[in-house]
Design a binder for this molecule. Structure first.
Ligand code: AMP
Length: 147
């Protein structure tokens, strides 16, 4: 089997995030792959800065909410032993930005959580479903149990 060389972990800070992150870290270790992380900000207003959609994590924005998001993201990056250059904090729509950064950075495996639902079908969550559909690389959707 061909080994993965670059794994992208999509982080959303949900209750199950640590479990998904642990799996991504373990996979990267076992393949000796580069691990990158991405968090897409879709729930805080875009402050009036000179930045584009990619937020430079090493510069001060002067915007309190954003500084908190950055601090949380950087701490997770350190815990997961992800190099600063491989941490992506971005404004936008999660499903789009995850796929875009995966292509741009030549990722060969995206790891994210999926929300298993009961009912008509085993529907994935909106983000996982869309990433699975549009990503050009492999996608590992880690099953998350609801409730
Ligand atoms: P959902 O489809 O919204 O239930 O989310 C499924 C998975 O997509 C989560 O477990 C994360 O791995 C990823 N994800 C969701 N929202 C974001 C986000 N804002 N930034 C990065 N990854 C996300």
């Amino acid at each position: 089997m061909q080994e993965y060389q670059h794994i992208l972990l999509a982080l959303d800070y949900s209750d199950h995030g640590a479990m998904v992150a642990g799996k991504a870290r373990a996979l990267a270790d076992s393949y000796q792959a580069k691990l990158s992380i991405i968090h897409v900000l879709d729930n805080i207003p875009m402050p009036d800065t000179n930045y584009g959609t990619v937020i430079p994590v090493d510069k001060n924005s002067g915007y309190e909410l954003l500084e908190k998001e950055k601090a949380r993201f950087m701490q997770l990056g350190r815990q997961l032993r992800v190099e600063p250059d491989n941490r992506w904090l971005i404004w936008g729509v999660p499903k789009q930005e995850i796929v875009r950064i995966a292509e741009q950075e030549r990722v060969d495996l995206i790891v994210l959580g999926s929300h298993g639902r009961h009912g008509l079908a085993l529907l994935l969550g909106a983000t996982a479903n869309s990433v699975l559909h549009y990503a050009k690389c492999d996608v590992l959707a880690v099953r998350l149990k609801d409730g």
